[in-house]
Design a protein around this ligand. Structure first.
Ligand SMILES: NC(=O)c1ccc[n+]([C@@H]2O[C@H](COP(=O)([O-])OP(=O)(O)OC[C@H]3O[C@@H](n4cnc5c(N)ncnc54)[C@H](O)[C@@H]3O)[C@@H](O)[C@H]2O)c1
Length: 258
């Protein structure tokens, strides 16, 4: 699918990988973006930076049915279509199965990560796909593209990442059945499993810890650049034959247990 003038929903687009992708898609590809995020201050700043003709922000909780429906309605009202949905919103919230003194972790902690990373992702994917079905097919075959963000933790989760890893593996699990189903309406579904990226949060990591993380990256010996992530999204959108796939974007990193 050509990206120019297309409407791209980016959840979690007020920060990190999602924000970098919003900039890339508007500034280098001529797309219009709709950012769905909880953080209204950062979301509104992003729209100011990107220009109100090219970008919109809707304060959204991806885990909430009504909130996402309102956000989708707002995009349809402003831009009239949704062509691409990039699901970046996610929380890491690490905790052990057994906490202090061997006490079982509160169930609510696990459920919250599932609610945002997995239920929330399905919520936005399904409601976006409903709108994509209305698009005129490009080149007679494509109405939309969904990109779901997983993580290297889906494969090699560290201690404390049971909930996070389970949700990110869930993202990979839903990829193929969603691609098989939505292929019938001309919508492709793919996932990206990033390794370690140099986000503003990562930039604050203490030098020693950063050195130990970089040591676990195979090659090139550095964290991923957020533009490399955005570029991977644009590759998936532009290449009509990439479907039902999960791309590990991680410099061959396989992180240790801790
Ligand atoms: N940064 C990395 O190195 C890395 C590695 C692997 C996977 N990932 C995944 O990539 C995605 C983006 O990561 P990031 O580092 O850019 O994160 P980030 O924390 O910078 O951004 C995540 C955004 O999601 C938003 N968000 C959180 N809960 C939400 C909710 N309920 N509804 C709407 N928005 C919500 C936050 O407000 C934030 O703006 C996440 O899914 C993360 O798990 C990141």
């Amino acid at each position: 699918m050509r990206i120019q003038n297309k409407v791209i929903v980016i959840t979690g687009g007020a920060s990190g990988l999602g924000l970098a992708t919003a900039h890339f898609m508007v500034e280098e590809k001529g797309a219009r973006v709709a950012i769905f995020d909880m953080n209204s201050e950062a979301g509104e700043k992003a729209v100011k930076d990107l220009g109100a003709d090219n970008a919109m922000f809707v304060q959204t909780d991806v885990s909430n049915d009504e909130s996402v429906q309102n956000a989708v309605n707002a995009v349809m009202a402003k831009f009239g279509a949704i062509h691409v949905c990039i699901n970046c919103a996610g929380i890491a919230n690490g905790f052990k199965v057994l906490g202090k003194e061997g006490k079982a972790a509160p169930l609510a902690k696990f459920a919250q990560v599932v609610a945002v990373n997995l239920v929330g992702l399905f919520n936005v994917m399904s409601k976006s796909a409903e709108q994509m079905a209305k698009n005129e097919p490009e080149a007679g075959e494509e109405r939309g593209v969904v990109i779901n963000i997983s993580s290297g933790a889906a494969y090699e989760g560290a201690i404390g990442q049971c909930a996070y890893s389970a949700t990110k593996a869930g993202v990979i699990g839903l990829n193929l059945p969603a691609a098989r189903e939505l292929g019938a309406i001309g919508v492709r579904v793919n996932a990206i499993a990033p390794g370690l990226f140099m986000t503003p949060m990562a930039a604050q990591i203490d030098e020693k810890i950063m050195a130990s993380l970089v040591a676990q990256v195979e090659a090139p010996k550095r964290l991923g650049d957020m533009r490399e992530f955005a570029h991977c999204c644009s590759f998936i959108i532009e290449n009509a034959y990439v479907n039902g796939e999960t791309i590990r974007l991680d410099g061959a990193t396989r992180l240790r247990a801790k």
